[in-house]
Design a protein around this ligand. Sequence first.
Ligand SMILES: Nc1ncnc2c1ncn2[C@@H]1O[C@H](COP(=O)(O)OP(=O)(O)OP(=O)(O)O)[C@@H](O)[C@H]1O
Length: 629
Amino acid sequence: MTPLNSGGTDGTGGAEGRVPDAEDRFAHLRGTAGEDQVDLDKPERQFIRRRSWRLLVELSRGVRLKLLITALCVTIAQAAQAATPLVIAWAIDWGLPRATDGDASGLWLPGLTYIVCALAAGVLTWVYTRTTAEVSQQMLYTLRRRVFRKTQRLSLEFHEDYTSGRVISRQTSDLESLRELLDQGVNSLVSGLMFMSFTAASIVILDWRSGLLLVVAAVPIAMVVRWYQRRSEVAYRRTRISSARMIVHFVETMTGIRAVQAFRREHSRAAQYRRLTEDYRRDTVASVSLFGVLQPALLAIGNITMVAVLIWGGFRVLDGALEVGVLVALVLATRRVFQPLEMMAMFYNALQSATAALEKVSGLLEEEPGVREPAAPTPLPQSTGRVDLDGVTFRYTPDSPEVLHRTDLHIPSGQTVAVVGRTGAGKSTLVKLLARFYDVTDGAIRLDGVDLRELSQVDRNRHIAMVTQEAFLFSGTIAENIALGRPDASAEDIAAAARAVGADRFIEALPEGYDTDVNKRGGRLSAGQRQLVSFARAFLADPTVLILDEATSSLDMPSEQLVQQGLQRLLGSRTALIIAHRLSTVAVADRVLVVDDGRIIEDGSPQELAAGEGYYARLHRAWEETMRG
Ligand SMILES: Nc1ncnc2c1ncn2[C@@H]1O[C@H](COP(=O)(O)OP(=O)(O)OP(=O)(O)O)[C@@H](O)[C@H]1O
C-alpha cells in the first residue's frame, strides 16, 4: 500500500512493538515508553545505561582502529606534555653543572629532549584531534541515518502517539548534544584525566613529600567538585525543562499560527513566551554561576598547594635535601596538575546532556514496527481488486475499547464504495485497516483471497494505494510530486496521468509547467489543485484498489466540478473505498456503506438507501437542501 499523499511511511504499526511483556521487569522502559520517567531505581538506571552503551558499541563498529589510534595518541601526547617539568629538572640539576664545566651535552641533550617532547605532544594532539573528529562524525553519520530510517519505518500509530516535535528533537537537539560531546568533550575529559594522572605521577617520582601535599589538596578539591556535580545536576535538569517548555510553546504557536492569528492570541502567546524565556534565562544564569564558584575555588586550592610545595621544597633546598631543578619542576607541575579540572567540569554538562540524549535515541531505536513483513510472503503478481473483510474486529490498543465489531464486507472487483457516517463512527479506522496501517485484532482482510498480513510490502504497494485528505506536496517540482508512486515514470507518463484526471490544464498554465517548484511563488496550489495532483499520483501508480479519504474542506463550484471529474476518471474500473463528504461523490458510487459505532448499519446502492428511511436517506435530504440553498 502506498499512502500517496503522505509518502514516507511504509504503513507499519508500532503498537505491538511496545506492548509490555508480562515477564519483562523492564517492559515499562523499553523503547520510548520510559522516556519521561524521572525517578529510576538502580537496576532501571543500569538497564537504560546498558542500552545506551550497546548503541555506542554498535556505532563504534568500523571505526575501532581509529579509536585505538586516538587512544594511543592521547596517551603519548599527554605523557609527553606531563614530562616537560621532569626535563626541566634534569636540565637544571644535571645539564647546567655539566654545561658550566664546558660539556656541551649538558645543554643540547636536555634541550633536544624538551623539543622532542613538545613536538611529540603537538603532532600527536593534531593527529588525535583529527581522528576524534573522524570517529565522531562517522558515528553520528551512522546514527543519523539509523534514526531517520527507524522513525520512517515506525507506524502511523507510533507517530500519532509520539508526536513529530519529539521525533524532531531526537534528530536535531539530541544528536547535536552527542556531537558536542563526541567532537570535543570526550577528548577533553580523557586527555584531561590522563594529563592529571601523568603529572601527579611525575610529582611523586620527583619528590614523594610533595606528592603527599597533592593528596592533602585532593580532599578539598574532591569536596568542591562533588558540590558542583550535585548542584549542577539539579540546575542543569532545570534548564533542560525550561528550555523544553520554551521550545514546545514556540513550536505550538508557529504550527497553530492560523488559529493564533484568527483568535487574536498573539499578545497572550507572546506574554507566555516571555515568561518561559525568562525562566530559561534565570535557570541558565543559575547553572553558569555554579561554574563561577568552582573555577576560583579550584584556582585557589591549586595556588595554595603550589605555595606549600614551594615553601616546603624551598627549605629543603636550603638544607641541601632537594635539588633546585627538582623544586622548579615541582612548582611547574603543581601549577598545571589541577588545570584540566576546570575544563572537565565544563564538559560535565555536555556529558549529562549527551547521556540523556543517548538514552532517548537508543530507546527510539529499540522501537519495533508492530505491523511486520511476513517471513514468507504469498506472491500476488496480479490483482483483480476483490476485497473481503471476514469477521474483522479491531481495537487500537489491547486495553482500549473495540472500534470495529465483527465486520463482514465483500467488495467485488471494480466496485466503488462510498463510506459515510457520523464523526467517530469508525470510517477512517476501516480504511486504515485496509491500507494496513494497523493489523486487525481478530478476523482477516483479504485481497484476492490473500490475507493482507501474508502479502509482501511490494505487492501491497503495487495493488493498494491511498489518497489521504491533506494532499501533501513534497518540496520539488509538480512532475516529481506526481511521480511519487512511480519514480521511474517518464515525462510522457506523468503528463498522461495529469491529463487523465484533468490536472493538465492548470499545470501547463504554471510558470514552468511540470517543472514548477511547488514551494516557489507561482507554484503554490489551491486545495482543489492539490487534490488533482494527488489524483494524478494515484493514476500513475495504477493500483487495483484505491482508498480515498475525501478532503472535507469545501471547494468553490468550478474546483469542485474539476475535482469530481478528476475523481471519476481516476476511479475508472478500479475497486475503490471512499470516505465521502460530498453528495456528488456518493452519487458516483455503486454502493454506500453507513458506518455507526463500529458497525455497518446500512449497505446498498445510493438510490436504494436514499429511498429508505435510514441515516443515509436523512443525510441525502440534508445535502440536497444545502445544494438548493
Ligand atoms: N489512534 C487512535 N488510538 C485510539 N483510538 C482511536 C485512534 N484513532 C481513532 N480512535 C477512536 O476510534 C473511533 C473511530 O474513529 P475514526 O477516526 O475511525 O472515526 P471516523 O468515522 O473516521 O471519524 P471522522 O469522520 O471524525 O474522521 C473513535 O472513537 C476514535 O476516538
